[in-house]
Design a protein around this ligand. Structure first.
Ligand code: PRP
Length: 192
């Protein structure tokens, strides 16, 4: 069944081909993930780490679905170039403020695609001696995976669509759409 774009977002959504996940579908899954994390980490004061910027909506909603003590920290990363990105080289622009040594860390990602970014970051975080390190990802694009990533908490598996909204961008736009939509191919190929 076709999923509707909220009427107030129709103008901003002209480049959207189709809604992939509605606000309600995302919300329900985030609530479930939060409950699962709260159950598994009771008494452990987990530290949730997000890599900016795509994770902003997911992390903001996820922490509010975890009714136990948690702490939050952020990293900002960028690739030097597309070639280096392909080789899994990631530049850390902003490191964590907090120490993760002996902490129970949950790395929160919006999308795991090739897995190269996360593979690099997990290795870097593991070297700091956390008590545990797990991954929570909203979206899992398995078809493009180049390196295996253990995802303990997973929102949705998805095909290789170019998606935007709920924090995800195309050229820094559309992060504010409350749903996740598939971008029209002609937008991606610069035809309009
Ligand atoms: C996205 C996403 C992940 C990464 C996943 O970030 O947030 O960090 O790509 O891709 P990979 O599995 O192929 O490494 P992006 O570079 O789009 O930056 P953003 O979070 O600032 O939007």
């Amino acid at each position: 069944m076709k999923k509707n774009i909220p009427v107030e977002f129709q103008e901003l959504s002209r480049d959207i081909q189709e809604v992939f996940l509605t606000q309600e579908e995302i919300h329900q899954r985030v609530i479930d993930l939060g409950s699962e994390i709260a159950r598994d980490y009771a008494g452990k004061k987990p530290l949730l780490v997000g890599a900016l910027k795509g994770v902003m909506c997911f992390l903001a909603d996820l922490v509010r679905a975890i009714p136990i003590v948690v702490e939050v920290d952020f990293m900002a990363v960028s690739s030097y170039s597309s070639e280096e990105r392909d080789r899994g080289v990631v530049r850390v622009i902003k490191d964590l403020d907090l120490s993760i040594t002996d902490r129970h860390v949950i790395f929160v990602e919006d999308v795991v695609d090739t897995g190269l970014t996360l593979n690099y970051l997990l290795r870097s975080l593991q070297a700091r001696g956390p008590a545990s390190l797990e991954v929570c990802a909203l979206l899992n694009k398995t078809s493009r995976r180049l390196v295996e990533i253990p995802i303990r908490y997973k929102g949705f598996d998805m095909p290789d669509y170019f998606i935007v909204g709920y924090g995800l961008d195309y050229g820094e736009r559309y992060r504010n759409l409350p749903f996740i939509g598939i971008l029209k191919p002609e937008v991606l190929f610069g035809k309009n």
